[in-house]
Design a protein around this ligand. Structure first.
Ligand SMILES: [Zn+2]
Length: 318
């Protein structure tokens, strides 16, 4: 019986040529609006099983070309994303956006520029500077190590064009509005959020995460991240695409992470006023966070998030 099921599954996947990642599932573009499609990637950290694919590549199909948002975390993943695009349209890729400097979102640029050398790739000017200044190479080696060599051949391929705040970019008959420098610093100091005007969709990068937590590293600001999410909600758009996790309305795809950050901020502030250490604050926060315990990375990140928030609160108090 098991064998039959397996054969059937194999036959089906051959028929549809799905992008199958063993043990994780099938990945393909899903339409969230008329000409706007997302592949919702696996939720883990980069590893051998997911081949370094764990983000949400997006595409918008314009009149005479395709625009890609965050083409994935390795050269090979970028190639897979392009294969999936070609299953839906034969229009060429004419532009791409990179939401921020973390390589799991943009190392796939290499595959785009290899096949479409005239495509323009847009990112925050600080993203381009940091990527060229070592972040790119460092992400290439993170991917090589974490995928145990599956990303071999990936070369940091940088965006070609720097964005500015509220810049409007018209390409292939579609208009994109860039939201950067909203709060200065949020998930990183290189974030842009990309609004596709036609479908009222906002691509938030890792300023927004759903069902998966990430690190707040040295270049991040949790207070700024809260402001960026409030700003995103105030835009009043129809579709919100997080950096990782399912897309949806503000209620399902933005508010949950904003509420998490507000609880962390609130509990940490209370703890700070009572002179508590981060590990003493943690149980109080955990009690309020029952809805988040099944998010990927909760146990690994909660203590670190409180520690980071405490540092920020201390910093603001001095
Ligand atoms: Zn990130």
């Amino acid at each position: 019986m098991k064998k039959l099921t397996l054969l059937f599954t194999l036959a089906l996947s051959t028929l549809t040529h799905a992008w199958v990642i063993d043990g994780l599932g099938d990945y393909k573009f899903e339409a969230i609006a008329d000409n706007t499609h997302i592949i919702h990637g696996p939720l883990g950290e980069p590893n051998k099983q997911n081949h370094g694919f764990m983000n949400n590549p997006g595409m918008v199909i314009g009149a005479d070309g395709v625009i890609v948002i965050d083409p994935g975390g390795t050269y090979q993943v970028g190639q897979k994303v392009i294969e999936e695009i070609k299953k839906i349209t034969d229009k060429p890729i004419v532009a791409a956006f990179n939401t921020h400097v973390h390589g799991d979102h943009w190392l796939g640029n290499q595959a785009i520029l290899e096949q479409y050398p005239n495509a323009k790739i847009y990112a925050h000017p600080a993203m381009i500077a940091q990527a060229k200044d070592g972040e790119g190479d460092s992400w290439v080696s993170i991917m090589d190590t974490s995928t145990e060599g599956l990303s071999k051949g990936t070369i940091a391929t940088y965006p070609t064009d720097a964005t500015t705040h509220l810049q409007e970019i018209a390409v292939a008959g579609e208009t994109f509005k860039i939201h950067n420098d909203i709060t200065g610093v949020a998930h990183t100091n290189t974030d842009i959020m990309i609004e596709h005007v036609g479908s009222k969709t906002l691509f938030l990068g890792d300023n927004d995460l759903i069902h998966r937590f990430g690190r707040f590293d040295g270049t991040s600001d949790m207070h700024g991240n809260i402001k960026a999410l409030e700003y995103a909600i105030d835009l009043g758009l129809d579709q919100y695409v997080p950096g990782h996790g399912p897309s949806g309305s503000t209620a399902t795809a933005v508010q949950p992470f904003l509420d998490y950050l507000l609880i962390i901020q609130d509990e940490t502030k209370k703890g700070y006023e009572e002179d508590l250490a981060d590990y003493e604050i943690k149980p109080f926060a955990d009690k309020k966070l029952a809805n988040y315990r099944d998010w990927h990375g909760y146990d690994a990140q909660l203590g670190k998030h409180i520690n980071k928030m405490l540092l920020e609160i201390e910093d603001r108090d001095n």
